[in-house]
Design a protein around this ligand. Sequence first.
Ligand code: MTE
Length: 314
Amino acid sequence: MPAYCPPHIPASEITPKNLYLSRRSFVGGAAAAGFAFAGTGQAFASPLAGKPSDYKVDEKLTPKEAVTTYNNFYEFGVNKEDPSQNAGSFKPTPWSIKVDGLVGKPKEFGLDELMKMSLEDRTYRMRCVEGWSMVIPWIGFPLSAILDQVEPQGSAKYVSFETVVRPEEMPGQKGFFQPLPWPYVEGLRLDEARNPLTILAVGLYGETLPNQNGAPIRLVVPWKYGFKSIKSIVKISLVEKQPQTTWKNSNAREYGFYSNVNPAVDHPRWSQATEQRIGEGGLFGSNRHPTLPFNGYADQVASLYAGMDLKANY
Ligand code: MTE
């Protein structure tokens, strides 16, 4: 088990907006004063449009500043600020995703082709297993669009995903302390992967993805805890058996394969009944929201788990 799991910071200690934004102004000031930062990870972000879709959430968007500076991407370090500070040297182009395994037509999708898929604007609620949440305007396309092209065979029951390994560009993969084994891997059941809510995102807030948010292409599964949404994907395989997943491998008692957002099933170390909406309220503000079953997407996905014991399949 690594020294850090995603929830090494209890929800009660999550840095409130006013504090971490002031930390950001320190970073900005230090940069202006001539300190050499690895980069902001924004270097490659450029305008990008998706067509409007019905996938919207009638809730306040989390400020872009918070979405792009407070997140997990252990390949760039284990702290929330690390991805935005350490992802500047990462090169998201050229890129391709190899799709193989139990398929009729294996294929390598180049980034140009992926960017030409039918892109949509999708605003999703996102809930991290650590107890914080955001509302993020993504740009992406349904994962089913590429699954259909490769023609999964009848024996394919699951989809596995793999992140790139590039120690030269990802400081968290280099050096003595390696918080996780690489590559970071994730998996979904095939019907979850084909659900219309499941997208491959290539942008957020009207721009291509910043490096720290998973450039150039990452998964977004809004009814599951954030760690299922794997970033900077290079490989997708259709398989028969439930695939390995990074956090379950690291600590199976705390992180299951399904990881559906479920306020009724506590994490072994804390309740999952409420969440802190990042960017709302201040130090003493009332910014806790009740966590909703399947993160509010029960109408679309609860049927996928009919008859399953979701306490045993956490
Ligand atoms: N993907 C990779 N490759 N490496 C990671 O460390 N962290 C996960 C997920 N995807 C992670 C990853 C976790 S724990 C979370 S909460 C989300 O990314 C957070 O990122 P986001 O806020 O950009 O969605």
